[in-house]
Ligand binder design. Structure first.
Ligand SMILES: Cc1cc2nc3c(=O)[nH]c(=O)nc-3n(C[C@H](O)[C@H](O)[C@H](O)COP(=O)(O)OP(=O)(O)OC[C@H]3O[C@@H](n4cnc5c(N)ncnc54)[C@H](O)[C@@H]3O)c2cc1C
Length: 316
C-alpha cells in the first residue's frame, strides 16, 4: 500500500468543502482536506449569519465555519492547512501538491469557491460585515427602511438592487459608465422600480464611518467632482472571480472560469467532482454550497464503487 494514496481529497474549507468532508467521513472514505490559506472561505468575511438552518439566534460567520471544521475533524478528516499549488488530473491516480505535501488520490472534490471582486479600499475591508456586503440575499434584511447603495451595472448589481428595494427605503446604484451591462429584462425591472435611482459615470472613492457605514464619497469620472451620499449600507456587486486558475487545462471551465458540471457535481474528468460557488454562480449561499458538498461526497462514494476491482489491487 502506498501511504500517500488517498480515496478522496477535498480542496477548500468553505461550507462546500467541509460538508463534503463530513459526508466522506461517514462513508468511510478517510478524506484529506486542504483548507487553503483562506480557511473557512467567504463566511469568514461576515459577521451575523441569519439564514443558516439550525441557528435560531444569529451565528457569526467565523464561528459557523469553526463548528463545521471541528465536526469534520471529529469525524476523522485529515486537515492540511495549506494551499494546493498544483494538480494533475491527466494521469490516474490523480496527483495533488501543496507546498509541503504531495498526495495521490482516487477521487477529488474541488470546493475552492469564488472571490467577490473588491473596490480595493481600506475602508471597504474595515467595514466588511458592518454595512459593506457582497450579498443582498444574505444581508438585505438588516437594512429595513434604510438607505443603501449598490456599486455595479451588470446582472448581479440589478438583481441586488431589486432585492434590496423590498427592504430598504432607497437604493442608489452607482455605475462607472453611462449605461448598464445587465440584461434588458433586469434593466427594465430596475428602471421601473420607484425605490431605485442611478448615479452614472461615477465610482466610490471612500466609505465613510468608523464602526459602521455612514456614507460614501462618490467621484464623477467625467468632471472629477466629488460628493457625499449618506447611506447605511454599501453592496459591492461588481462580480466574482471563481478560484479555478489551478484547474485551467485540467477540467472544463466555462467562459467566466467556473467549473462546468454534469449531473450536479461531475466535472469533465471522471473521478473529479466540484461543489459550491466554484461551479455555482446562481445561488451562492452557504446552505447551497453545503448541499453541494454533500452531493459531491455521495457521488465520490458511488464513483469509487465502480473502481472496486482497481482499488482492491492497490489495497488503499
Ligand atoms: C461578505 C459575505 C457575506 C455572506 N453572507 C452570507 C450569509 O449570511 N448567508 C449565506 O448563506 N451565504 C452568505 N455568503 C455567501 C457564502 O459565503 C458562500 O456562498 C459560501 O461561502 C460558498 O461556499 P464554498 O465552500 O463554495 O466556497 P468558499 O466559502 O468561497 O470557500 C472556498 C475555500 O476554498 C479554499 N481555496 C481556494 N483556493 C484554494 C487552493 N488553491 N488550495 C486549497 N484551498 C483553496 C479557500 O481557502 C476557502 O476555504 C456571504 C458571502 C460574502 C462574501
Amino acid at each position: 500500500m502506498e501511504n500517500n494514496l488517498r480515496k478522496t481529497v477535498i480542496i477548500g474549507s468553505g461550507p462546500a468543502g467541509l460538508t463534503a468532508a463530513i459526508y466522506a467521513c461517514r462513508a468511510d472514505l478517510a478524506p484529506l482536506l486542504f483548507t487553503g490559506s483562506g480557511f473557512g472561505g467567504q463566511l469568514m468575511l461576515t459577521s451575523d449569519v441569519e439564514n443558516f438552518p439550525g441557528f435560531p439566534e444569529p451565528v457569526l460567520g467565523p464561528e459557523l465555519m469553526d463548528r463545521m471544521m471541528r465536526q469534520a475533524e471529529r469525524l476523522g478528516t485529515e486537515i492540511v492547512r495549506e494551499d494546493v499549488v498544483e494538480v494533475d488530473f491527466r494521469n490516474y491516480p490523480f496527483r495533488i501538491k501543496s507546498l509541503n505535501k504531495e498526495v495521490q488520490t482516487l477521487s477529488v472534490i474541488i470546493a475552492t469557491g469564488a472571490t467577490p471582486r473588491r473596490l480595493n479600499l481600506e475602508s471597504e475591508k474595515r467595514l466588511m460585515g458592518r454595512g459593506v456586503s457582497n450579498c443582498a440575499v444574505c444581508d438585505a434584511y438588516f437594512f429595513k427602511e434604510k438607505d443603501v447603495a449598490v456599486v455595479g451595472g451588470g446582472d448581479t448589481a440589478m438583481e441586488e438592487a431589486t432585492y434590496l428595494s423590498k427592504f430598504a427605503n432607497k437604493v442608489t446604484v452607482i455605475h462607472r459608465r453611462d449605461k448598464l451591462r445587465a440584461s434588458a429584462a433586469l434593466q427594465k425591472e430596475a428602471f421601473r422600480n420607484k425605490k431605485i435611482s442611478f448615479i452614472w459615470n461615477s465610482v466610490v472613492d471612500e466609505i465613510v464611518g468608523e464602526k459602521k457605514v455612514e456614507g460614501i464619497i462618490i467621484r464623477n469620472l467625467l468632471t472629477g467632482e466629488k460628493s457625499r451620499l449618506s447611506v447605511d449600507g454599501l453592496f459591492v456587486a461588481i462580480g466574482y472571480e471563481p478560484n479555478t486558475s489551478l484547474f485551467r487545462g485540467q477540467v472544463e471551465l466555462d467562459e467566466k472560469g467556473y467549473i462546468v458540471v454534469r449531473n450536479e457535481t461531475e466535472t469533465s474528468v471522471p473521478g473529479v467532482f466540484a461543489a459550491g460557488d466554484v461551479k455555482d454562480y446562481r445561488y451562492r449561499q452557504a446552505v447551497t454550497a453545503a448541499a453541494d458538498g454533500c452531493k459531491a461526497a455521495l457521488d465520490v462514494d458511488r464513483f469509487l464503487k465502480t473502481k472496486e476491482e482497481y482499488i482492491s489491487q492497490l489495497q488503499v
